[in-house]
Design a protein around this ligand. Sequence first.
Ligand code: X5A
Ligand code: ZN
Length: 684
Amino acid sequence: MAAAAASRAARVGLLYDERMCAHATPDGEEHPENPERLRAIWRKLNAEGVASRCVVLKAKEAEDKYIASVHSNNHIKLMKEISSKKYDSSRNTIARKYNSIYFNKGSSESAVLAAGSVIEVAEKVAAGELRSAIALVRPPGHHAEHDEAMGFCLFNNVAVAANYLLNDRPDLGIKKILIVDWDVHHGNGTQKIFDYGSFYPAEGDASHCFIGEEAGKGYNINVPWEHGKCGDADYIAAWDHVLLPVTEAFDPDIILVSAGFDAALGDPLGGCCITPNGYALLLTKLLGFAKGRIVMALEGGYNLRSIANSVFACAKVLLGDKFTFSSPEMQPFESTWRIIQAVRNELKTYWPVLSSKLPENLSLRIKPSPIELYTSSDSEPDGEDVDELSGAVSSVNVIQFADDAISEHLSKMKLDEENLAVKTASSCSAAEHHPTDSVEVDKDGSVVLSKRISDLSLAWRSDLSRTHVWYASFGSNMWKPRFLCYIQGGKADGMSIPCCGSRDTSSPRGTMWKTVPHRLLFGRSSTPCWGTGGVAFLNPEMNYNEKSYVCMYKITLEQFNDILFQENRLVLEDGKNGNVVYPDSSLVDSSEVEFMSTNKAIHLEPIKDSWYSNVLYLGDEDELPILTMTCPSSDIERYKSGELPLVPPSKTYAATLIKGLVEGKQLDADGAASYINAAAARGL
Ligand code: X5A
Ligand code: ZN
């Protein structure tokens, strides 16, 4: 009986191999794409008893000849030798030539195993030995191009496996492959590798207008979100109205999923909010095609808990566990419907099933803002009109190979290196490059770290660089030299670690002081920068008996986001490589600002557990909004209950506030000291 049940249940492959954890930053520097990602998923699947229900497989090396169907011989040689002794002294320098790449002594082995592992499971699924499979691989692959590593990817694992099935295993009868790339980032590598046409320098190639070239026309579908806040409802809409109709018409023999989980709720890079159940539903909808032959290969995904829970949900789907999907509460964004309609228009000549117009009533549905209100207000969140561009791109590559191998590869585009010297006092629009990479000491003694910034998606930056706001500081940022560290990078007196600064290092356009009717408090017991002692927060609740000093700086909304990233420790720095990884999407754009101007506050869902996740609107000055960032009201409750400690500031931290107030001519030294002491003593 048990055996019969087991054979009726889907045979699901699960590939995990500790050897793919060998790829790591060279000196243990923090990086989102790190070995713990695989381990976190593996631990979860074991703890939940899911791994034991799967056919567990070990990694296998990819043979060069298979990798060569996708990558140049030079690229293969370099990736395979980069970990050898010969490269010990040049490894970091070579890594820096790429966008968002590091190498160590384990990189070569991991990369060859990642590609080989996807081949391995794809072969077993295509052969019918397994019904479906999940390959837990790293480094990821979908950004890697013919002759180029980028975006944490060395070899394009999924593209290598697809070519293997099509070119090297005619016996398996796989003629049509659907690649679904649900990673939040654009699968530029996969797109280019399977693009027949080769002559278009692909600036902005994540556009829905890229539908493939020549014989491949209609076989590349991009669904480029206009902002980074899409969730289950948006992805399901793209599935129902683009992907699934095309899949039905295409009728693939197998589906390879470039399964990045960085569109997951809680991801530090993505900013989207797909839930584990959302992923389960997206996957369930695909299971209806290709006789359920699905191969999932891990791509991105950087929140360990989110990726573990998401892969767990997907594994249960593949194993045939029953899910009950309640219809999502959220509706897709208005922009989601607009994008889906545009994609359908673009492709309807190739896929007649997309010809019909979406029903009128669909396009009118609007998603409520993903926020929490903190200051009392009777107005409900309105629908928002979001037309900001940001990084989230979901792409679907549909590939059909009539016969032979891929044609000449695309001429390389140059979105690769975004370099920035911190002290370059130019405004830096997304298009500008500052090819400096060094450490200097500024004349006033502060350390200036020049850095390479690697963002694959920068559209939101150029947009928000045109909007100005007043940023109101009430803590150490009241002292201008300290504040400037958040703009220009480096550290000022009293700080023990440097800041990475904003991408736009231009100085504030104005400075101005004010008092606001909010209570100043000091909470949390220590910080990496200031050591033991509390740091400043404003109670988001207004209180007309209070008067707190704020120093306001007129800066761009892009700079404001960079301050938010830094305050909430969302910028990852890799000291050795000098790489700085910012989140790929903004936290506050014009739609949030507009929302706040009627509702006073917005709690930033993607960083809801961070210290400064609550942005307050404090009024206008010069017709520009005054914004500050503080803790959410829920933290105020935790301070009141004693769950979070109210702690007076350290001497150095207090000294910084006092310097700000004195140099800003708000109070004399004694007055400033008693202002701080009173705030620290008062409690809540
Ligand atoms: C595989 C993947 C992301 C690279 C982002 C660089 N790469 N800013 O998610
Ligand atoms: Zn990604």
